[in-house]
Design a protein around this ligand. Structure first.
Ligand code: CTP
Ligand code: CA
Length: 225
């Protein structure tokens, strides 16, 4: 059930948020995943809905429940996430907060892979997943006016994220330093740099909810300017 009635600067504006990890099957009982909790994407969807936006929330299997008042589309794999994003239809802004698996198992087995002592160990072959953010950013028709990506980096965070923004063709990138020393991976706080045409803007370390609210406010500003 969507809350079409929330008053706010984003009232009546359609936006999309991807969130969470993806799971890539190996066989019917096993999969490859990553440590994304879905917390940041969920907070962003909630903050956008709180500003009145009509939010489609495409989420992989996350640890945290989806926010209320958004249209939830649950997916498992990167390929399903791309299909769900395409099926969501035109939106004015799209935020790609999901930690999409870069690779999937090239041919997942439909039968459980059995252990046989003495037999050769199984070898998994991988195939590259579609890049959802780049696919949407590079659309020539029906591209959202504002496309926002994330970049989890280590070492020279701004340089890596600036290159990533150019490669993917998105408008903004929120870069964060996920070196173990920052304690950000899996934590409740985030420290981001917003990279846009205007350059790199350092945001102080704050709660993921505060990051989400600040981003939602910036999106509202950009769409209503
Ligand atoms: N992303 C996506 N689809 C993918 C991979 C990434 O939509 N298959 C999006 C993420 O949601 C994020 C941005 O792209 O907004 C950057 O993801 P990241 O993993 O940092 O970028 P990659 O291009 O996969 O580069 P890396 O080798 O650093 O993982
Ligand atoms: Ca990646």
């Amino acid at each position: 059930i969507r809350a079409h009635f929330t008053a706010g600067p984003l009232s009546g504006r359609r936006v999309l948020v991807t969130s969470g990890p993806t799971h890539e099957p190996i066989d019917p009982v096993r999969y490859i995943a990553n440590r994304s909790s879905g917390a940041q994407g969920t907070a962003i969807a909630r903050a956008l809905a709180d500003l009145g936006a009509d939010v489609t929330f495409v989420t992989g299997p996350a640890d945290v429940p989806p926010p209320a008042g958004v249209e939830v589309v649950r997916v498992e794999t990167a390929q399903q996430m791309l299909e769900a994003v395409e099926a969501a239809g035109p939106v004015e802004a799209a935020v790609f907060a999901a930690a999409v698996a870069d690779w999937r198992v090239a041919s997942a087995s439909t039968s459980k892979i059995k252990k046989q002592s003495g037999a050769p160990l199984p070898v998994l072959e991988f195939a590259e997943n579609p890049d959802i953010l780049a696919t949407i950013s590079h659309k020539t028709t029906g591209r959202p006016r504002l496309v926002v990506g994330f970049a989890a980096e280590t070492d020279d965070v701004v340089a890596h994220a600036t290159a990533k923004r150019a490669r993917k063709g998105c408008d903004w990138i929120l870069a964060n330093d996920v070196s173990p020393a920052t304690g950000i991976m899996g934590g409740t706080e985030n420290a981001v740099v917003l990279i846009s045409d205007a350059g790199a803007e350092d945001w102080p370390r704050m709660d993921k909810t505060a990051v989400a609210q600040r981003l939602a406010a910036r999106i509202a500003e950009a769409l209503t300017a």
